[in-house]
Write a protein that binds this ligand. Sequence first.
Ligand code: F6P
Length: 496
Amino acid sequence: MTNDNPEQYDFVVLSNRLPVDRVVAADGTATWEHSPGGLVTALEPVMRAADGAWVGWAGQADLEFDPFYSDGIHIIPVTLTADEVENYYEGFSNDTLWPLYHDVISSPSYHREWWESYVLVNQRFADAAAASAAPGAVVWVQDYQLQLVPKMLRAARPDLTIGFFNHIPFPPYGIYSQLPWRKQIIEGLLGADVIGFQRVADAGNFARAVRRLMGYVTKTPLIEVPGEEPRTVLAKAFPISIDSSSFEELARRPDVQARAKEIREGLGNPKTIMLGVDRLDYTKGIGHRLKAYGELLSEGRLEVEDVTLVQVASPSRERVQAYMQLRDEIELTVGRINGDFATISHTAISYHHHGYPREEMVALYLAADVMLVTALRDGMNLVAKEYVASRFDETGVLVLSEFTGASDELKRALRINPHDIDGLKDAIVHAIEMPREQQAKRMRSMRKQVLRFDVSRWSVDFLTALRQSRVVPAVIEDDDDPLGELESTIDRIRRP
Ligand code: F6P
């Protein structure tokens, strides 16, 4: 299939956020910055290899940009008005769907005007994808902000092959059924040929919701969608990962190792450095982690001269009430713990409300003897995988919540239930005291998993499933297989 339109692409990815955010400083100067979150971390290397287009929002209201080329990726910006940022992004995406899909840790709000905005913005993304996709192209829609796009896109462009990947959990039916628009979301998703989830449990929850709400027949992992043209949709787990070898490469760099040493020295060379790295989000269990650590210090099971906790909490969704409140609570707790236990020469918690470049993150991973991932619910948690990929000398201990997708794969981590504060405290002490040979045994097995199942494997598996799922549609009047291009995309991802 030939495509002579240079503004159309054979492979298009859509996500709410672009890999770069437009950041305007107080003095009016604007720059492009790397945008936060695991989705971008995972997809960037895939997109560079695929030579496709990335459709998304630049992170600021009311800004219009022409498509541009950035660091190996064709960027197609979608504009959101200030009202849409409030209603579609901060409202429906992050104050309805996010808490609902994360086991209602915070109460979801249901507002009809937020829903209307969600529909409108999803349609805009679908229109942008329809305009930038070449005939027979593959469009891969990402995450909970865009769940209506697959159906909208199929209606406009039945020639396309459409994949959807949900980066966050899909909740059990008892929780999902609260959503007033629960049927519309399911219908939206079923517009895709393949729907990917992080965990087997998420795919199961989705299939159950389809049976209960739509009455469709499901034969795991397939869902029969009836209609004038009955279709079969594949709904299955494809656990996401990271560009593991690039983390190891960074960790092996002498300058990064020197920086790790500098970090340790800067903290007064304590016997143990523990590390937490999270977006400042109530799903991450940062408060539970601080509670456990504070109790260990107060009981004298840990001494501030021996242990420092470095907590990186990158700013996130700062205009959503629940996030503002969380920041106040966390920073109050950090202040209290430092006030109670720090000495002139030793801080209990070194707290950082910033994001850091990848080199600095890897230096932190190298400096940390213990990594604490205590999420109350997390689709995957790529930070856990980044830590493991960086520990090439096979030292270090990962304390990992069983409520993360990562814990399905990293079985040799010290797995904890973050709600069980006593259990968490014991695991922290166990991690600190773990002999090196035991650290190495565990780390070796986790590293095998993370290096083997990296992000390129994830995307190749997903795109191969997409390739196999789709019969060339009748609307394509061409002798060529419109999905042939996907084969070479998969090859390029495999061997970038
Ligand atoms: O991984 C979940 C996710 O919501 C992504 O969709 C998003 O890119 C990232 O976290 C950061 O969230 P936000 O774009 O709301 O800052």
